[in-house]
Ligand binder design. Structure first.
Ligand code: NAP
Length: 828
């Protein structure tokens, strides 16, 4: 493809990433968050310096509300006013359908954007505003986006994938040469937000000369919309004078005394991109489909495009996408877009047509009270009736009966998870544990096999079948929801199926009873982990051959304890960053630097074992916080320095790892737990000395020794030392000696472990804030801060960031070394 634009200037800054998203509106931001959840790096470019403050779309439909719930974003949206009644072409239409969010929800687009923007950034998306895209090159393996950054500085970003979320006039679509067939607007509506007027509210009032709509908001501002029958779109921007004229022509009322806050005109344009994908370039939202913004469908359609595309693109960027996964984006969303555009065209005709549509309007008005008609239209508008055609059943295609779920959204029901005795991932949730909604189970944006079979043997069979996909698919076993209403949805939604395979976007990829059917669906939608596939093949027994009543065979080896980790890890996400797919143990992670390190490593995608000695509640809080942020962690208790402490640590560690990954492999070990002495040399007793050495030096040695059976080639070890091996403090001689000893681990083990590409290093913090009360005394903090060249005390995160680097692949060339992380303490 030829290179467009920007030829004249040579780019100054070149960056690489997995996906470039052009457009930081709600669709682009939603996509960025979804990509991060899937572990892809993303840069979002937007030509505006700041988000728009225009109110634009203000309606979220039921399916979008469910999607926001799936990602845990509803709390931040607040409690939007809900409105059961929408309209179809101006006829009132009851939008309520079974589900937790019936009707439509009024949320200003600015609010949606703030929430999605903060979420995407929290997950690690990089949003660059003030960047106008000027060029796009497409190569077989990558695309190059050129943009003019702030001050016109040329910027080049290379990425395998580029997504245009840049609206109806999409630059990406134009530069990629994607056709946008359809019809231009032939009729025009003008709308304005006006302050200081007092007119009668009107929903869709058809008058002899046009259509008038007026609604006063709580803040006294009135949203006015008007169409003069036969009025074609004007060439220039609409002005306040235009709306005053049009309103007078249609209603006879005068708005000229009001103050316009915002005026714009739109029409009944209807265009849809010929293809939503062209090589590595994709389109989503209004860039893919331009339509009249009737009933908020445009924004909802766009957000749902983003959620459909995000996990697929992330899987491709991470090398985990089966063949044709990316093509399914166009296949699924182009068809949904086609249907929505068609219903919007019908509505535009009913709304903006003159007297010639009066008869048609009357017929539609007579049909709407029939519940079948109402439900059909409400299903279309709310997005609840979407059914993707590529989903499979045992019979190979979506059908009725038990297979009716395939291709539809996972019904939002409450489930009680059971302790699952087998499979790749089991969740130690007690059978009588509290119920959890399916929306919560989807928060991690991973694939999910939800096994609801009553018979244990069937459950085991399906669970084991899914095991080779455990890197992408979590297995959960649950009780079927009891009959009766559950979260607004009639019970029995999962009746007749033994299991449903759910995609990260919440749609059912397969529903049925046969393990072979399940395997076919898994292979269609998720990449198989060949290593695990081999280990499953190597396992001689299968549940089929298991004697009735017994639990022999492979399932025994994965049986989970119940209760130990109740509710603490039912939501998980993988692949968020550089440590995707890695497992880590951080000792002493209940507080201080250990806690900050555990949280940081989890943010990078690692499954983290949060070790503690006495702070069970604090450790549980760390785990909870990591999971709330979408990471994965579990707590492990062990008293180090006490007899059997290391053994106890590894018992808990291995059990926790096996539960979640099917193996006891540990990629990262951070020996952080430590105790200080705080006793003058002359007062130090032999017992105190031994205790300091036992916790700070002896335990790390034996933890490394023991961990080497778990750590594969390429693993990482970091031991926390102290700046006191460099600066004198007579109150901490024994402590400093123990840290001097711990530094020896790095030097000597580095030589031993080099052939296995395992690195081991020491990190020496300076004075770093922890729960010691001394940090509550301002004078003491000032004095301590003065020791650092930066004139502040260290924060746990300052050290955690250094550790995160040392355990990443970026630090592969650093071993046996001592890293000072003391903020330039006592530089002289
Ligand atoms: P902290 O806030 O004092 O927390 C210590 C952690 O270690 C806690 O999680 C604690 O677990 C655990 N721990 C203590 N004794 C243990 C034992 N016998 N067995 C198992 N776990 C034990 O820690 P910090 O100040 O962040 O320091 C972390 C590391 O950095 C330590 O090795 C420390 O020596 C070193 N360091 C600290 C500073 C500093 O100024 N803070 C400076 C230089 C070096 P429970 O609370 O759950 O019992």
């Amino acid at each position: 493809m030829p290179k467009h634009g920007a030829d004249a200037v040579r780019a100054h800054v070149t960056t690489g990433t997995d996906v470039v998203v052009v457009g930081a509106g709600p669709v682009g931001l939603m996509l960025a968050g979804e990509l991060r959840l899937g572990g892809a790096d993303v840069i979002v470019l937007d030509q505006l310096d700041a988000p728009t403050t225009e109110s634009r779309a203000s309606t979220l439909h039921a399916r979008t509300m469910e999607i926001l719930d799936q990602r845990g974003l509803l709390d931040e949206i607040g409690t939007p006013p809900d409105e059961p009644m929408g309209h179809f072409g101006g006829h009132p239409l009851d939008l309520r359908l079974p589900g937790p969010y019936p009707g439509q929800w009024k949320v200003p687009q600015t609010r949606t954007e703030v929430v999605l923007g903060a979420w995407a950034v929290r997950l690690g998306a990089e949003v660059r505003r003030g960047h106008r895209v000027t060029g796009l090159e497409q190569h077989p393996d990558r695309a190059v986006v050129e943009a003019a950054g702030p001050g016109g500085v040329p910027v080049r970003i290379t990425a395998p994938y580029v997504v245009g979320c840049d609206g109806e006039g999409s630059t990406v679509r134009r530069l990629a040469g994607i056709e946008f067939p359809g019809t231009d607007a032939r009729r025009e509506l003008i709308r304005a937000d006006i302050d200081g007027i007092d007119i009668r509210g009107r929903r869709f009032e058809r008058l002899p000369h046009g259509l008038a709509i007026a609604a006063r908001r709580g803040d006294g501002v009135t949203r006015v919309m008007v169409h003069e029958f036969g009025r074609t779109p004007r060439a220039a921007e609409a002005s306040f004078a235009d709306i005053v004229d049009a309103w007078r022509n249609v209603t006879g009322e005068d708005l000229s005394a009001g103050t316009p806050l915002w005026v714009n005109a739109f029409g009944d344009v209807s265009r849809q991109a010929e293809c939503y994908r062209h090589g590595g370039v994709f389109l989503a939202g209004d860039a893919a489909h331009a339509q009249m913004p009737i009933g908020g469908q445009a924004l909802n359609l766009g957000l749902q495009d983003a959620v459909n595309l995000g996990w697929k693109l992330a899987a491709a960027a991470r090398g985990r996408a089966p063949a044709r996964l990316l093509d399914s984006y166009h296949e699924e969303r182009h068809e949904v877009g086609r249907q929505v555009l068609s219903n919007i065209r019908a509505q535009a005709r009913l709304l903006l047509g003159g007297p010639e549509v009066t008869g048609l309007r009357q017929v539609i008005g007579e049909l709407l009270p029939y519940d079948g008609v109402r439900a059909r239209l409400a299903g279309m508008i709310s997005g609840l009736d979407i059914r993707y055609g590529g989903a499979l059943t045992d019979a190979g295609r979506p059908g009725s009966g038990p297979h009716r779920l395939a291709g539809s959204r996972l019904p939002p029901v409450s489930l009680r998870l059971r302790a699952a005795p087998g499979g790749s991932v089991t969740y130690g949730v007690e059978a009588d544990g509290s119920s959890v909604s399916t929306a919560v189970l989807l928060r991690g944006a991973r694939g999910m096999l939800l096994v609801t079979a009553d018979e244990e043997e069937r459950r085991d069979l399906l669970t084991v079948a899914a095991r080779p996909w455990s890197r992408s698919v979590d297995v959960m076993t649950a009780f079927r929801p009891a009959g009766g209403a559950a979260d607004g949805l009639a019970g029995g939604a999962l009746d007749g199926v033994d299991a449903v395979l759910v995609r990260p976007d919440g749609y059912v990829a397969w529903a049925g009873t046969s393990a072979a059917g399940l395997e076919a669906a898994l292979a269609t939608w998720f990449a198989r982990d060949t290593r695990l596939a081999q280990s499953v093949r190597a396992t001689p027994a299968t549940p089929k051959t298991t004697a009735p009543g017994s639990r022999g065979g492979p399932t025994d080896r994965h049986s989970s304890p119940t209760g130990s980790y109740i509710g603490s890890h039912i939501v998980r996400r993988e692949n968020m960053g550089k440590l995707t797919g890695k497992t880590a143990l951080v000792t002493g992670a209940s507080r201080g630097m250990g806690r900050a390190t555990a949280e940081r490593l989890a943010r990078e995608g690692a499954l983290v074992a949060v070790h503690y000695a006495t702070g069970a509640d604090a450790a549980a809080e760390v785990v909870e916080r990591i999971e709330r942020d979408g990471g994965r962690a579990f707590a492990v208790q062990a008293e180090l320095g006490a007899p059997g402490g290391v053994h106890e640590l590894f018992l808990g560690l291995e059990q926790g790892l096996k539960e979640r990954t099917g193996s006891t492999e540990l990629n990262i070990l951070v020996n952080n737990a430590g105790v200080m002495g705080g006793v003058a040399a002359e007062d130090t007793t032999p017992e105190q000395f031994d205790r300091i050495f036992a916790v700070n030096a002896k335990a790390p040695f034996f933890i490394v020794q023991r961990a080497l059976t778990n750590i594969p080639d390429g693993g990482r070890i970091v031991n926390i030392s102290s700046g006191l091996t460099r600066f004198a403090n007579p109150d901490e001689i024994a402590y400093a000696m123990s840290k001097g000893a711990v530094e020896m681990l790095a030097l000597h083990f580095a030589k031993l472990l080099g052939p296995r590409n395992i690195t081991i290093n020491s990190v020496a913090p300076g004075i770093t804030r922890n729960s010691n009360p001394v940090f509550d005394i301002p004078e003491a903090v000032t004095a301590m801060a003065g020791l650092s060249t930066f004139n502040r005390v260290g924060e746990p995160e300052d050290v955690a960031d250094v550790i995160a680097f040392l355990v990443s692949d970026d630090a592969r060339w650093v071993t046996g070394s001592f890293v000072d992380a003391s903020g330039g303490t006592l530089l002289g």
